[in-house]
Design a protein around this ligand. Structure first.
Ligand code: ATR
Length: 277
């Protein structure tokens, strides 16, 4: 019988994860199914337990349940432990649940692996200090940038997040505190693009030859991707590659195989996805 996996979130109808994992399974010839579950905000733990009781092998967890998944699991990878959020659940052979977080690795693999960004010696600006920023921060730091500044509308949250890294390469400030600073890479990890806007930052923050990256993605160019193009970014990228890369790392954790991501990203980009993935 095919091994059973799923993604749980709320909302979940528009998730592309079932399409991505079906592609990975087809290309690696792994016999598995991957469904989608609309999680009940009042009984997330019950939904997870029912899935595994019915033979599930692993789950991806998306908004708004990543923190609750972190609390629920029996053990956590060191990466998940640090970021306080879990996006991958794996059933261990002894019946316990293990939680991982593959978001940070997904971001870094897309930027450096797929697009060739070299973090070494670069100045990186991370916009936002919520769950999305916290989730990718350790992986970004491991790439060895010269400096990483976290800027947030609410300055105190950026300062707290920066202080928690206990590294003098990391600083925090409010968005208005960015005046006069220049960055080689600006990453949008705020949720503001979901309602069509971009964070308000000084126009000259992007260094000549600098890149912009939006952790959001959409069928149309996202507002921050358009902003990057307007600023003359050398590369303005959205988060579709990160989505596929974090999925590939989950697939590896479950199946022990790294699926090829490029053809899956290409299919998503060209809109060859039938129905709503
Ligand atoms: P997520 O899990 O997506 O990170 P979150 O934890 O609610 O969601 O964090 C949302 C982030 O987007 C925060 O950094 C938030 O800034 P505040 O901490 O000041 O709320 C940021 N954000 C949301 N709307 C914004 C806006 N209109 N302008 C700038 N930043 C915004």
């Amino acid at each position: 019988m095919a091994d059973k996996y799923a993604v749980i979130g709320n909302p979940i109808a528009h998730s592309k994860s079932p399409f991505i994992h079906a592609e990975f399974a087809r290309r690696t010839r792994h016999d598995m199914t991957y469904g989608r579950i609309l999680g009940n905000p009042d009984d997330f733990a019950g939904d997870v337990r029912s899935f595994f009781a019915a033979g599930g092998r692993g789950m991806n967890v998306t908004l708004p349940f990543k923190e609750r998944a972190w609390e629920l699991v029996d053990e956590r990878s060191p990466g998940a432990e640090r970021v306080g959020a879990v996006n991958t659940l794996t059933l261990l052979s002894d019946g316990r649940l293990c939680g991982d977080n593959t978001d940070g690795i997904g971001l870094v693999r897309d930027l450096s692996g797929n697009h060739g960004f070299d973090f070494g010696g670069k100045r990186v600006l991370l916009l936002g200090a919520g769950g999305a920023s916290r989730g990718v921060l350790p992986s970004l730091l491991e790439t060895g940038p010269a400096a990483l500044v976290i800027a947030n509308r609410t300055a105190s949250k950026a300062l707290d997040l920066a202080a928690a890294t206990a590294t003098d390469r990391v600083g925090g400030c409010g968005l208005e505190g960015l005046g006069g600073q220049r960055f080689d890479l600006i990453i949008n990890a705020t949720s503001v693009g979901l309602d069509g806007g971009v964070p308000t930052i000084p126009r000259d923050c992007l260094a000549v030859g600098g890149w912009t990256y939006d952790m959001l993605y959409g069928d149309a160019p996202t507002p921050f991707l358009r902003w990057g193009r307007e600023q003359g970014a050398a590369r303005a990228l959205d988060g579709l590659g990160m989505l596929v890369e974090q999925a590939a790392e989950s697939f590896f954790l479950w199946r022990g195989v790294h699926p090829s991501t490029a053809p899956v990203i290409a299919r998503l980009r060209s809109g060859q996805v039938h129905g709503r993935p």
